[in-house]
Design a protein around this ligand. Sequence first.
Ligand SMILES: NC(=O)c1ccc[n+]([C@@H]2O[C@H](COP(=O)([O-])OP(=O)(O)OC[C@H]3O[C@@H](n4cnc5c(N)ncnc54)[C@H](O)[C@@H]3O)[C@@H](O)[C@H]2O)c1
Length: 406
Amino acid sequence: MNGSLPIRMACAGLGGYAWSIAQQMIQNGGQDLRLVAVCDPALDQFADRIQKLRSLGVQAYPSFEQMLEQQEFDAVWLPLPIHLHRPFAEVALSAGRHVVTEKPAAGCIQDVDAMIAARDNAKREVLVGFQDIYASPTLPAKQAILDGAIGKIQYAIVYASWPRDLTYFGRNKWAGAIRVADTWVLDSPLQNAISHYLNLAMFLLGESLHVTAVPEQVQAELYRANDIENYDTCALRLTIRGQVPVTVFFTHAERELVDATVVLKGSHGSLTVDSNGYRIDSDHPRVWPADKHKHANMLRIISRHLRKQPYDGAVATLEMARIHTMIVNGASEAAPIIPFAQQYVTETATVEGKVMQAVTGLKQVMLRCVAERKLPSELEDVPWARPGGNLDLKGYRYFSGPKKGS
Ligand SMILES: NC(=O)c1ccc[n+]([C@@H]2O[C@H](COP(=O)([O-])OP(=O)(O)OC[C@H]3O[C@@H](n4cnc5c(N)ncnc54)[C@H](O)[C@@H]3O)[C@@H](O)[C@H]2O)c1
């Protein structure tokens, strides 16, 4: 690979998020990155997209293997179903290509470890599409925290309500699934749509600039309103550094959207991250507006990283993503999934008029949980709440399956 030329990138998939990231590469690759090929087993479903891509000189292949054999490229993006991340990454690495896998890195920690081993064997790079890590405010905000801008961290909270309608859970065979064939998927708000903010919070809590905090313990309550295998609502308490609690509450089963928010509370102030940007409230307040070019920045940083050129910012590594996967696995092993009792769930319309399952009063429960740093059962007056369970994560390296009892 010639460091002065743009990275030649391929993309596996043409539907779902794959089309969105392929378009990002076309529009924002600039001098750094060029999309040269795509593949999808269902090419016939994407005739318009392929015509557009071919007019831009991008080749389309009916299989990943054919693309690897016939096309020259340096790296491949994998915006694929979760259960395909590990096998596709391994094949690409053994063919000498760098990999950018979408988040989560994989469904279980042993699959992430296998990807780390494959990366090291192949002497190639694997990065992960957790775009907030690459965003322009992330590293300066973390540096400010490490410099003591908010004092000693006392606790953190992370929460979001992202309503999802029935078409979201019906869009493919793995949405809301625990496993596909013999591969763990654990699709959930924690694993998939809202995972970015948990991953970002753990990164901001890390003890040095490019390192993510590792939780020692997870306590979880998992609930489901939708007709899926896994959960659509979760409340977690993670413990880091022996005493710092991180309270997490994510749901797809509340009708009202609540912005994804991360708060780190320190002895001398706090850091808040939401859709407006990053804000330090202290005697020396600071604001970093939201990165309006998050995807373009991510593409630039990834291509520079792969070409070994200097860049400002952080990259999301497999080691970082492994900690996110550890939390998702630990929560599933710690707590059974409790279906919300029918009387609390209503079929309702989203603001866009689509049908969804919504739990009455869930937003208020979520906001009380994060304000009081409690799990729903600890509020003691939430009729559907049930205690979940705990898991010690020290030395955690194998997900053996979700806790029975749901
Ligand atoms: N970074 C983000 O903000 C973001 C947003 C959405 C989704 N994602 C991630 O992107 C990934 C895909 O999610 P999705 O919701 O688009 O999934 P999806 O199931 O809707 O789409 C997956 C794509 O993979 C293609 N595909 C399936 N098998 C293939 C094969 N053998 N070879 C090539 N292509 C194949 C499908 O045709 C489709 O284009 C997931 O990891 C998800 O978490 C990331």
